[in-house]
Design a protein around this ligand. Structure first.
Ligand code: DAH
Length: 341
């Protein structure tokens, strides 16, 4: 029968078809799959096909249609995967919006503090996070039985009583003093670790900035003026500070510095415990024993040191209520700092 021959020749045509570009592919589509395609009218021939061949006829037509669809799809896919070669640049098309990244609020606060101190001649000193007991404690006048060494607070490396994760950036003081001659004027930013229960107010990892200034005739008044300068740069030109006597093993005398935060609203009451004053850092005159431990003559040199937690500063600057947010990498939190310079 003629119509069977026609199907066979179409089947051959489809198998042999090799559209070389999208225009030829479109012709192929119109011919075999379009609304006026050449296969469709063949279905009408069914009535002329003898009964015993109707089934065969139907199957042949269906497979003709299927092979046309398959051919179209596979050629189309091969064009898409070679899209580069076919790509026409449309210079008038609107651009893709670039998603702007943000710096982490800890990095922002750290940078701000670093800038304040580098402006007056401090240089950045960085050192290891895995420290030994001597640089983290002993050299800093922290006796063997000091509670800070307790296994509760310090992460020691497995099986070691010597190697630990530094508990403060004061260890960088030791590193610098044992390797450099005064004058020394450094700030040491970095990550520190303590074995603390994680809560809204404390974490087992956080960041500190340490400062150290050693030269001839450095006095407590120099320290006070430096820290007042810092507080005013950090919190505004009218910021007031006060110093409270305190104790640190590595400084004598030691003090804690508070800034006046005010009591404007309920949050102020809560974070200042109703006093209006906020503690921001610890400081003091480097203990002569520490200078001695590090090979610096305390008869010739004196100096001051200070240390502060970055998370605390960032929480105050941005009114962040939970320290854990800094470490969760939640984009919804981080995105909010895109406008902070
Ligand atoms: N290392 C102290 C801490 O982690 C902070 C500190 C206090 C550093 C007084 C100092 C200092 O250099 O003089 O709590």
């Amino acid at each position: 029968m003629e119509v069977f021959d026609l199907i066979a020749s179409m089947q051959n045509e489809i198998s042999a078809a090799a559209p070389a570009n999208s225009e030829q592919l479109e012709q192929f589509r119109i011919r075999f799959l379009g609304s006026k395609n050449v296969i469709k009218p063949l279905f009408a021939e069914m009535k002329n096909v003898p009964n015993d061949r109707k089934k065969e006829f139907g199957q042949l037509l269906n497979s003709l249609k299927e092979s046309a669809e398959e051919k179209f799809k596979s050629v189309q896919e091969s064009f898409e995967s070679n899209a580069d070669e076919e790509y026409d640049l449309d210079v008038t098309a609107p651009g893709f919006p670039l998603i702007q990244g943000t710096r982490h609020p800890i990095s922002l606060a750290m940078e701000r503090i670093i800038n304040i101190f580098t402006k007056i001649g401090f240089v950045i000193a960085e050192d290891r996070e895995i420290e030994d007991d001597w640089h983290n404690f002993t050299a800093l006048n922290t006796p063997d039985d000091h509670p800070a060494r307790d296994m509760q607070d310090t992460f020691y490396l497995q099986g070691s009583t010597e190697q630990l994760l530094r508990t403060h950036t004061s260890s960088v003081q030791t590193r610098v003093m044992t390797s450099h001659k005064p004058p020394i004027r450094i700030i040491a930013p970095g990550r520190v670790y303590r074995n603390e229960t994680i809560s809204a107010r404390s974490h087992c990892q956080f960041h500190q900035i340490e400062g150290l200034y050693i030269d001839k005739n450095v006095s407590f008044a120099d320290m006070k003026q430096t820290l007042l300068y810092f507080a005013r740069e950090m919190y505004g030109p009218d910021t007031r500070i006060r110093m409270r006597p305190s104790y640190f093993p590595f400084t004598e005398p030691s003090a804690e510095v508070d800034v006046y935060w005010g009591l404007k609203d309920e949050t102020d009451y809560r974070i200042t415990k109703g006093t209006g004053w906020l503690e921001v850092l610890g400081c003091g005159m480097v203990d002569p024993a520490v200078l001695n431990n590090c090979g610096i003559d305390p008869e010739e040199y004196s100096g001051f040191a200070f240390g502060m937690g970055i998370e605390r500063q960032a929480m105050l600057l941005h009114r962040i209520g939970d320290i854990r947010q800094f470490f969760e990498n939640d984009v919804r939190f981080l995105k909010q700092f895109s406008a902070v310079l």
